[in-house]
Design a protein around this ligand. Structure first.
Ligand code: PMP
Ligand code: GLN
Length: 386
């Protein structure tokens, strides 16, 4: 194995899901729903499979899906992208992130990102020979995760090529505020960098129904320097489909496509028309989806609090994090490794997503994208901890 990949072991998600299977624990580790997405979407996929849409689709994705992605971004974010040249379909957000970094970063270039970060970021940056410059998110006294603006400014420099921003943020559940986004935008422009935004949880913002998700690309001066990434997996409860996309100015999208064509060439043909159907669902689907996840967040937060965890705010995503100190824990990795045996629940240690392991030592992440009865069972088991 090449040196640049040696620091990366098996992903924590694979390790923890295997542990859940082995021990029969309730799996609140890996973030995947335990129910299927919209029936219209599933029917469209079945129809496409039976209807002969089973050969290589066009490299950037089928026109109907690119058009649906464009319409969705106009509808929810007032962002206009040309389906011919400004949108590319990818193998999930994961491939879009990897292809963006590989297309834009020379070896030695720096990528500013917020830690804890989604685990594929560090590996994609390493594959490109680039260097990550993490800015640390920490729980603040008000229960929200925050960063020091001076630390963000200090992370930018002459070698900064791009900032990789994930909001709503996995694993913390943080939604970046308009002021925080404005500072990121200001620094990108001051240093002439690109932005790559991972917005896979764009429809899961719980802060305030009247203030939906804000895309960094929608801020003044940002559209021309941003690759905006999202995916069907979370919004339509089909994480196993791996259909994602990136949108941006034609020059950036065509750079990405150059890389993407040699990573996967094209992506699963019959799933593309189905995701196009899903993206066109009425607003009621999206608000119903958010409300249902918000209820489950509230259920799990209540249960974790009753079980003695110090629960941090979850403003979005599938996830909530908690501090284990009050339960006598001092190391999240040890805590999560022993949790299945102690009470039959699997969670993920937040620490593994930090370079600064100390910052995440006592934090663990729970997924609430599960059926209410599964959450009830998990909470009952967790109560046995005290
Ligand atoms: N980014 C974030 C922040 C995620 O949480 C996930 C997956 N859960 C991904 C990217 C990967 O998305 P996909 O499965 O579409 O590749
Ligand atoms: N994104 C999911 C999570 O954070 C898992 C994705 C994966 O298994 N790679 O739990």
């Amino acid at each position: 194995l090449v040196a640049r990949m040696r620091p990366f072991g098996t992903t924590i998600f694979a390790e923890m899901s295997a542990l859940a299977v082995r021990t029969g624990a309730v799996n609140l580790g890996q973030g995947f729903p335990d129910t299927d997405g919209p029936p219209e979407m599933l029917a469209a996929a079945a129809e496409a499979l039976r209807g002969g849409q089973n050969q290589y689709p066009p490299g950037p994705g089928i026109p109907a899906l690119r058009a649906a992605v464009a319409a969705h971004q106009r509808r929810f974010h007032d962002l206009a992208y040309d389906p011919d040249g400004e949108i590319v379909i990818t193998a999930g957000a994961t491939e879009a992130v990897a292809a963006s970094i590989l297309a834009l970063c020379e070896p030695g270039d720096e990528v500013v990102c917020f830690e804890p970060y989604y685990d594929s970021y560090a590996a994609s940056i390493a594959l490109a020979g680039a260097v990550r410059r993490p800015v640390t998110l920490r729980p603040a006294a008000n229960g929200r995760y925050a960063f020091d603006p001076a630390a963000l400014r200090a992370a930018f420099g002459p070698r900064t090529r791009l900032v990789l921003l994930n909001s709503p943020h996995n694993p913390t559940g943080k939604v970046f505020t308009p002021a925080e986004l404005a500072l990121v935008a200001e620094l990108c422009q001051e240093y002439g960098t690109y932005a790559v935004t991972d917005e896979v949880y764009e429809h899961l913002v719980f802060t305030d129904a009247s203030s939906p998700h804000v895309s960094l690309a929608a801020l003044p001066g940002m559209r021309e320097r941003t690759l905006r990434i999202s995916s069907a997996g979370k919004t339509f409860s089909c994480t196993g489909w791996k259909v994602g996309w990136a949108s941006g100015p034609a020059a950036l999208v065509s750079a990405m496509l150059r890389v993407k064509q040699f990573l996967t060439y094209v992506n699963a043909a019959p799933l593309q028309p189905a995701v196009a159907v899903a993206l066109a669902l009425p607003d009621a689907y999206y608000t119903g989806f958010r409300d249902s996840l918000q209820q489950r967040r509230d259920q799990l937060v209540g249960g974790l609090t009753d079980a003695g965890f110090e629960v941090l705010d979850s403003e979005g995503t599938y996830f909530v994090t908690a501090d284990i100190t009050a339960l006598g824990g001092s190391d999240g990795v040890e805590f999560c490794r022993s949790l299945p045996e102690r009470c039959g629940v699997v969670a993920v240690p937040t620490q593994v997503f930090y370079d600064d392991a100390e910052a995440g030592r006592r934090l663990v992440r729970f997924a609430f994208c599960k059926r209410p009865e599964v959450l009830t069972e998990a909470v009952t088991r967790l109560r046995a901890l005290t």
